[in-house]
Design a protein around this ligand. Structure first.
Ligand SMILES: [Zn+2]
Length: 230
């Protein structure tokens, strides 16, 4: 699975080896964590993309709705559960703090984005480098700073994170491309195993920010194109 691949919910669950029922999933494997994001209108959390798709500011998640908390959107996002264990927010927060204090390497986080109902995109591997709490609509929420890397989880860490070769395609651009290309590979018309392809790669000066430089390709045509370029 490559960053930019269109995937189904079941693909994601199969790859991670678990049923992804919640947005934040700390250390689901010894190597990494998983978060689900959405910046669609009406999305429940205010995730934002910065630095031309290199940085994701991910909002923490609310307490579950219960009789004690009928409206989680008015309650501060807690660090601890009622049983005094760390919440998912708390676990990511402590990991970011450990990284800031140079006690641990940055947590690796795979990010999947819901673009439309039933349509997810794998956005790649990010490093969790910072976390803080801030006021939002009269309550306190967590924010997490995630920086896109160029590596997959099981690869050896590079000396320096290579941040120059990939960029996330912003959600509005993904939606525009999806509509324009009608959810199909622009070469063969296949609707399976699709990928958001940079027509001119980012590393060669192509933009991630305009639909003119993004197209849908199936896995076969994406691989053929990559072989041609390399
Ligand atoms: Zn194709």
């Amino acid at each position: 699975m490559q960053p930019g691949d269109v995937v189904s919910y079941l693909d994601m669950c199969a790859r991670e080896g678990l049923s992804l029922q919640r947005g934040m999933n700390f250390r689901v494997a010894p190597t990494h964590s998983v978060v689900l994001m959405s910046v669609r209108p009406g999305a429940p959390y205010r995730d934002t993309v910065r630095d031309e798709g290199r940085t994701l500011i991910y909002e923490g998640h609310d307490v579950s709705r219960s009789t004690a908390n009928p409206d989680p959107k008015v309650v501060d996002q807690p660090l601890l559960t009622d049983q005094s264990t760390l919440t998912q927010d708390g676990r990511f927060y402590m990991a970011a703090e450990a990284y800031r204090n140079r006690e641990l390497p940055a947590e690796s986080v795979r990010v999947y984005e819901k673009v439309r109902p039933g349509i997810w995109v794998y956005n790649g591997v990010f490093r969790l480098v910072d976390a803080w709490q801030e006021e939002s609509a009269g309550r306190v929420v967590f924010k997490f700073r995630l920086e896109l890397t160029d590596r997959e989880i099981n690869q050896e860490p590079a000396e320096e994170p290579d941040l120059e070769h990939t960029r996330m395609v912003p959600t509005p651009v993904k939606l525009e491309v999806w509509r324009r290309d009608k959810g199909r590979c622009v070469i063969c018309g296949s609707a399976e195993n699709l990928h958001f392809d940079h027509i001119i790669p980012f590393s060669r000066g192509g933009s991630s920010l305009t639909a003119d430089n993004i197209q849908l390709l199936c896995a076969r045509h994406n691989l053929e194109k990559r072989d041609r370029i390399q």
